[in-house]
Every structure is written in C-alpha cells, then in structure tokens.
Design a protein around this ligand. Structure first.
Ligand code: CP3
Length: 341
C-alpha cells in the first residue's frame, strides 16, 4: 500500500502532512446523518457491511488520508458483561460499577462479544479503494474505567468515578488489569484481521493528577503499546488534557502522540523525545467560525509543518455534533493544497 499516512507514521519523507480526524465518521457527514435516520448506532456497528460503509464514508466525502474503524471505546465494558445502551443522553450502563463493593467480581469477560468488529475489519478490506489505510482503536484503561464506574457517558464530569478511584485505590489494580487483559485480546484480534495503524484514546487523561496517572494507569498504556508495536503496527496515543504530564511520556509509550488544543505543537515538540511524532491539534470548535477565521488559524500550522516531517494533521479532539460539513471539507482541502516542502 502506498500511503502518506503510513509513510509518515514510519518516519519516511512525504510531500505533505497526512490528514484525518477523530470522530470523522459519526458526527459531521451529511451522508452519515442520512444513514443514521434508518439505523440505530448498534445496528451500524454490528452489521459488518454497514460498519464498513460508514468507516469509508469520510475518505470519499472529506478526502482524508485514512479511515478509522466505525465502533466505540465502550465495546470493552459491553464485552465485560456491562449492559450498554446508547441513548439520546449518550451511553448508559445498566449498573455503574461505583455501586458495588468489589466491582471486579461483577465483570464477566466474553471476548466473543467483539467478533462482529473483526468481521467489519474484513469487510473494510474488501470494500476500500486501494491505498486507504485502516486505523483500529480502543479506549485506554482510565477513560474506559471512568465510564464504567460512573455508569453514564456524556455530560458527566466523572466526579463519582474519580471519588471512587481515590477512596478505593487498593481495588483499582484488579479493575485495570481486567480491562487491560480484554483490551489486549481485542487489540491482537484487530491486528490479526488487518488494521494498518492503531490509536489508543485516553480522552480522560486529565481527570486525575499526572502523578496518579503515571503510577497507576501508564503501565497499562505501555503494555498495549508494546503488543501493537511488536506486531509491526504504528501506535498513536491520545492523552487528552494531560498538560505538562506530557513529559512523563517516552518512546516506550508511542510512535506518535496526539496533542489537544491546549498544548501548542511547538511546546509538545520541545517536551517530547525527537523520535516521537506528533498529531493534532486544531480546536474542533473553530470549525463553527467562518472560513476566513479558520484560514487565519490554519496558517499558523505552515511553519510547524515545514519544519517537522513527523506530524499528522488532526483535531485536538473529535468533531463536535453540528459541525458544518463545508468547513470540515475546507480544512481538509486547505491542508492538502499548501506547499509544505
Ligand atoms: O468517526 C467516528 O465516530 C468513529 C467511531 C467512534 C465512535 N466513538 C462512534 C460513536 C470513535 C473513534 C469513538 C470513540 C469514543 N467513544 C471516545 C473517545 C474519543 C472521544 O470522542 O472522546 C469516547 C469517550 C466514546 C464514548 C462515547 N460513545 C460517548 C461519550 C458517546 C455519546 C456522544 C457521542 O455522540 O459521541 C458515544 C456514542 C457514539 N460513539 C456515537 C458514535 C457515532 C453516537 C451514537 C448515536 O448517535 O446514537
């Protein structure tokens, strides 16, 4: 496969930075919103033909350089026996773990509940045009556990989950191990079925103090990174909100680090080891501005991209619901049209 995205991840020279977006399928495309009128989110994920179709929509509609598997980070708690429903208020679990004295005993790993995702990967391989790399992904243990403990997804500051973590620190390792173990099975299977790159979403990295994160959660990130990289698959880590905690991260944690909008790319570049590539970091809310304002902000990326090869253009977090599609398309085209080298 010839791919700007994969070449950049592997440290090769490319004519321009590659571009893709977090949440590029499920929030911004008119074609997705149309399909969503007919099917529920679970149907879209579980029917391999539909999942593959939605996975590939952004490649055609936005012109991005990679597709990301259409799934969700919460399939791991689902396969640990936590009933999961996607409601208008976001994801909800039947029984939040914070309600149990010893939550790990509630978890019943059923790896076969993830089988439909591997079928979707096979289907993407059949349906894609040549040279479209597929990114596999999952959530990192802190993010996944904060949803599991809290029980409810969006519009939550996860404060019950964090209170629980502080007051039951001795019970945390067993929970983290349970999530990590199933995650490793899941990741190995994604690789076996043919993903080309991998991103680990630690969306809630900023939920707890950096030092707590380093001691308790970071070793699991390294385990996941090692399994992926040992299989020859490039590994991107997205620790949203980690702030100055970036300095805890080293080459053992990732090939590329995805940076949120709070940390300027130049700053991240100065902090991180030169062997680690960067991804990011446009503020997704900027896409609600007009094209002139968007372009002013985009121009700031030119110097960075001309100076550094090992950078992938992306957002600092996923597209927000309601993002004007024309603006997303404008940003993609703009990045692809500049003279970078
Ligand atoms: O482009 C894509 O959307 C790709 C697939 C994808 C989804 N979720 C689909 C989805 C990816 C990469 C994710 C990751 C994810 N899921 C994260 C990490 C990245 C991030 O955005 O922070 C997190 C924290 C979740 C958990 C989650 N899943 C939440 C908070 C919600 C509700 C709000 C929302 O719309 O994101 C979901 C549901 C979900 N995941 C939907 C989609 C398309 C919406 C389902 C629906 O509309 O019924």
């Amino acid at each position: 496969m010839t791919s700007l995205f994969l070449d950049t991840l592997k440290g090769k020279f490319t004519s321009r930075p590659p571009v893709w977006y977090m949440r590029q399928a499920g929030r911004v495309l008119p074609s997705y919103l149309k399909i969503k009128e007919k099917y529920s989110f679970w149907q879209l994920m579980k029917e391999p033909e539909l999942a593959a179709k939605v996975t590939l929509l952004p490649v055609d509609d936005l012109g991005v350089d990679a597709a990301i598997l259409f799934s969700d980070i919460l399939v791991i708690p689902y396969a640990l026996g936590m009933g999961l429903d996607f409601t208008d208020r976001g994801p909800v679990f039947e029984k939040p773990l914070k309600n149990f004295g010893n939550p790990v005993t509630r978890l019943k790993p059923e790896p076969e509940k993830l089988g439909y995702i591997y079928d979707a990967i096979e289907q993407v391989k059949k349906a894609r045009t040549a040279n479209t790399p597929l990114i596999g992904f999952c959530g990192a243990p802190l993010t996944v556990l904060s949803f599991m403990l809290q029980g409810l997804g969006s519009r939550s500051d996860f404060s019950d989950a964090v209170k629980w973590m502080f007051s039951h620190r001795e019970k945390l390792p067993a929970l983290i191990d349970a999530v990590t173990e199933l995650t490793l099975v899941y990741v190995k299977n994604q690789i076996k079925h043919g993903i080309d790159a991998f991103q680990l979403f630690e969306t809630n990295a900023g939920l707890i103090p950096n030092e707590f994160y380093r001691q308790v959660f970071l070793p699991s990130v390294e385990k996941i990174a090692t399994v992926v990289r040992d299989a020859g698959i490039p590994f991107i880590f997205f620790p949203k909100g980690i702030g100055s905690g970036l300095q805890m991260l080293g080459p053992q944690h990732a090939d590329f680090i995805s940076v949120d909008w709070l940390t300027p790319l130049e700053r991240a570049r100065n902090i991180l080891d030169t062997s680690i590539g960067l991804q990011g970091n446009l503020d997704p809310r900027l896409l609600f501005a007009d094209k002139k304002n968007i372009e002013t902000e985009l121009k700031n990326y030119l110097n960075f991209g001309r100076k550094y090869q090992n950078w992938i253009f992306n957002l600092g977090h996923g597209f927000l619901p309601g993002t004007p599609f024309e603006n997303a398309r404008f940003v993609t085209d703009w990045i692809k049209e500049q003279t970078w080298r």
